[in-house]
Design a protein. Structure first.
Length: 258
């Protein structure tokens, strides 16, 4: 009888209560960080410092402790035209200040480098893969994408985004607007129309590099707490044409057609 019950539980996907509790977190959060060559080494370094500072900040730790389970699972990787080899920091539970500092130290230890092209679709696909393979069950599943330009490599971004959202994940964006981008109406609008998605999804713009750490901290706190700010970009139906989500691919192609 016990054997039959065990088989039945295995077939039905029922998870014992103790195991479910051990695997349950408030949020499974993937940090997908742009390291494309449109940013110089100084900017990449300031961006890195911003993540490290935000992960160690009291507001972030308090937000984690204020959740229903009081813990999250977090992971990290860097991307440009591809996922940077060796950049993936695998899932770690954060429940205490010591946990947060340990994860931040892993991020801080990453060598600083830049790579060619910009494939937001690859970043989202990597985030989806990491969440699906995660040993943790988040009440919310969030992919946090930072970037400083539109998608110009790999698959188009919107179909990948739509598949992730259809599976129940949320994609938020941090639009790095330190320099003019290839998005004619602004990178924050491009992210709003083409990249983010899911319940409560939002994009935060960063226009000054010195504001980066505060923006990252604000973003992490909102993601962990399930809060969202007023929409940074609020397109009004019929007021203007939708953003061309293939603008990056077209500009890259035009560059080589000249």
């Amino acid at each position: 009888m016990l054997t039959s019950l065990a088989v039945l539980m295995g077939l039905s996907g029922v998870v014992p209560t103790a195991q479910a509790a051990a695997n349950e977190v408030d949020v499974t959060l993937v940090l997908a960080v742009d390291t494309s060559r449109s940013m110089d080494f100084e900017e990449i370094g300031i961006q890195r410092d911003g993540y490290v500072e935000a992960l160690k900040h009291k507001e972030f730790i308090d937000a984690v402790k204020g959740g229903l389970t009081g813990r999250i699972a977090i992971s990290y990787f860097e991307w440009a035209g591809y996922v940077v080899q060796g950049s993936v920091i695998d899932w770690q539970v954060i429940a205490t200040e010591q946990d947060a500092i340990a994860f931040a130290d892993k991020v801080d230890a990453r060598p600083i480098g830049t790579q060619r092209r910009t494939s937001i679709s690859t970043a989202i696909a990597q985030g989806v893969s990491m969440i699906i393979s995660s040993p943790f069950r988040g009440r919310r599943e969030v992919i946090d994408v930072s970037g400083d330009g539109p998608n110009n490599s790999g698959n188009p971004v919107t179909p990948v985004r739509d598949k992730a959202v259809a599976s129940g994940m949320v994609i938020n964006g941090l639009a790095l607007m330190l320099r003019p981008s290839d998005a004619p109406d602004g990178l924050d609008k491009y992210y709003a129309d083409c990249v983010i998605g899911g319940p409560g999804a939002f994009v935060l713009p960063v226009r000054k590099i010195e504001d980066f750490a505060v923006a990252v901290r604000r973003k992490l706190v909102m993601e962990i707490s399930g809060l969202s700010p007023p929409a940074t970009v609020q397109p009004i139906a019929g007021a203007e044409p939708a953003t061309d989500c293939l603008i990056g691919e077209k500009q890259w192609r035009d560059m080589f057609d000249r």
